[in-house]
Design a protein around this ligand. Structure first.
Ligand code: E4P
Length: 228
C-alpha cells in the first residue's frame, strides 16, 4: 500500500519525505486553514508543497467552488500551478460533469468526501483518478468506517472504467485516517493508498514492544561498552 501524508504543513511534509516513504500529499480547506495561511498565499503554498515533494509525487489541492463551471475554472487553474497537482473535488452533482471535463483535458481529479459505494462508483465512472472514502468520520458518529471502506474497495475494484488504466487508476485513497489500525485494515482490504496525518504516521512507526526492545538492547550494550 502507498502512504500519502494528509497535511498542508510544510515541515511535516519535509519530515515525511525524508523517511523515503512518501507517495503523495492530500490537503483540504481545513488543513490549509490550520497552517494559518490566507487566501492570497494558498496557490504559492500549494506550489511550495509540489516543489518539496517533486514532480512525480501527486499533491491534492481542493477546489472550493460550488458550481460545475467554477470547479472547472478552479481545477484548470490549480492544475496549471504544477505538473503534480491533483484537483480535489467533493462528490456532488456539480462535480461529476466538472470531473468529466477536467479529465478530458488530462487533468487528474481526486474525488473526496466519499462515504458510500454508489458515490465511489459514480466518481470512478466520471473519470476520477483517485477516490477518497472517509473512514474516521464514520467512526466519529459511532458507525463502522472500515466496513464501509471494505464495501467501497470491493465494489470499485469489480470493474474497469477506461480511465487511467495505464497508471492503475482509479486508485482508492483511504482518508480520514485516525490510527495505525485504520492503516492495517485498509491494507488488508486492498485499498491502494492511505493518506495519514503526520501524528498517526508517527504512531505507525512505533510499537510498545519495539520501544521496549530498543531499551533492552541499549541497556545490554552499555555493559559491553562499560557505560552502564
Ligand atoms: C483527505 O483527503 C481528507 O480530506 C482528510 O483525510 C479528512 O480527514 P478528517 O476526517 O480527519 O478531516
Amino acid at each position: 500500500m502507498k502512504f500519502f501524508i494528509d497535511t498542508a504543513d510544510l515541515d511535516e511534509i519535509r519530515e515525511a519525505q525524508s523517511w523515503g516513504i512518501l507517495s503523495g500529499v492530500t490537503t483540504n480547506p481545513s488543513l490549509y486553514a490550520r497552517t494559518g495561511g490566507k487566501l492570497a498565499d494558498f496557490e504559492p503554498h500549494m506550489v511550495k508543497i509540489c516543489q518539496i515533494v517533486g514532480p512525480d509525487v501527486p499533491v491534492s489541492a481542493e477546489s472550493t467552488a460550488e458550481t460545475t463551471e467554477g470547479m472547472i475554472a478552479e481545477g484548470e487553474r490549480l492544475a496549471s500551478l504544477a505538473p503534480n497537482i491533483v484537483v480535489k473535488l467533493p462528490i456532488c452533482e456539480a462535480s461529476l460533469p466538472a470531473t468529466h471535463k477536467l479529465v478530458s483535458e488530462g487533468i487528474k481529479v481526486n474525488m473526496t468526501l466519499v462515504f458510500s459505494a454508489p458515490q465511489a462508483l459514480l466518481a470512478a465512472r466520471a473519470g476520477a483518478r483517485y477516490i477518497s472514502p472517509f473512514v474516521g468520520r464514520y467512526d466519529d458518529i459511532a458507525d463502522d468506517g472500515l466496513d464501509q471502506l471494505d464495501t467501497i474497495v470491493t465494489a470499485v475494484k469489480n470493474y474497469s472504467y477506461g480511465y487511467w488504466d495505464e497508471e492503475g487508476g482509479p486508485e482508492i485513497i483511504t482518508a480520514s485516517v485516525r490510527s495505525p489500525h485504520h492503516v492495517t485494515e485498509a491494507a488488508l482490504m486492498g485499498a491502494d493508498i492511505a493518506t495519514v496525518p503526520f501524528a498517526a504516521l508517527k504512531k505507525c512507526v512505533h510499537h510498545p514492544l519495539t520501544d521496549r526492545g530498543l531499551e533492552g538492547f541499549a541497556k545490554d550494550w552499555a555493559k559491553v561498552t562499560g557505560k552502564e
